[in-house]
Design a binder for this molecule. Structure first.
Ligand code: GCO
Length: 256
């Protein structure tokens, strides 16, 4: 039988921020491709409910409830995974929040919360995962969730835009140091996807109409639209792809 470059059987994937939304869709897609998934969120109750739903589909799931912005919590979580014999081969740094508001009205607290959740977490979790991947000598995959805002700015999204721009460049910095260890670091840039984060935008008829007009596909994306790209970047099919951001945006960034 021919090779299946997209088969993730025997690999373990940690997806941060995966109790719902894009992260859950990614975790489900990786599990469908054969991976054991470690799901993460800050709320252990919600995480357990999500895990039960995935297990009901026959997937192998571990729960790792920890705050991705807290260095001690991240390090303790990886020590727990080590103790349980769970080796993370694939890391999706997906955790993210959005706090909209004009720069002149933004608080320093909101700025820090967004930067820490959307960008610093990728450094903290990526560092712990890569230490172990390098030590094991089996290579690995790191995929960071970027955004249209890794390339363009939109009024009222400055902290998010700064963080997602940082994600693009952190991905390239990871490549500079980790590619020689056969760790491929890349990013996915979702367009306007219908999730809890964007629902308030979709509920605004003017914004909804703008997204559909500005997007060549003439529709909002869905979390499931990310799965193919996620499996590609998690699999052997992307072993020579490094430092790239793949926009899954219905063509929005390709046109004016
Ligand atoms: C916004 C949205 C966007 C989307 C997405 C686009 O306020 O414009 O929150 O930032 O969430 O990131 O890629």
């Amino acid at each position: 039988m021919g090779r299946n470059l997209f088969d993730l059987t025997g690999r373990t994937a940690l997806v941060t921020g995966s109790s719902r939304g894009l992260g859950l869709a990614i975790a489900e897609g990786l599990a469908e491709a054969g991976a054991t998934v470690v799901i993460n969120g800050s709320d252990p109750v919600r995480l357990a409910e999500t895990a039960a739903g995935l297990r009901a589909q026959g997937f192998t799931v571990h729960e790792a409830a920890f705050d991705v912005t807290d260095e001690d919590a991240v390090m303790a979580a990886f020590e727990r995974l080590d103790a349980a014999g769970i080796a993370v081969d694939i890391l999706f740094n997906n955790a993210g929040i959005q706090l909209r508001g004009k720069i002149v009205d933004q608080t320093a607290e909101n700025w820090r919360k967004v930067i820490e959740t959307n960008l610093t977490s990728a450094f903290l979790v990526g560092r712990e995962a890569a230490k172990r991947m390098i030590a094991r000598g089996r290579g690995g995959k790191v995929v960071n969730t970027g955004s249209l805002m890794s390339a363009l700015g939109r009024a009222t999204t400055a902290p998010y835009t700064a963080a997602k721009g940082g994600i693009k460049m952190l991905t390239q910095a990871m490549t500079a140091e980790w590619a020689e260890h056969n760790i491929q670091a890349n990013a996915i840039g979702p367009g306007y996807m219908l999730t809890a984060m964007t629902q308030p935008l979709a509920d605004d008829p003017k914004f909804d109409s703008w997204v559909k007009g500005r997007t060549p596909s003439r529709r909002w994306g869905t979390p499931d639209d990310l799965i193919g790209t996620a499996v590609f970047l998690a699999s052997s099919a992307s072993d020579y792809v490094n430092g790239q951001i793949i926009y899954v945006d219905g063509g929005m960034l390709a046109v004016i």
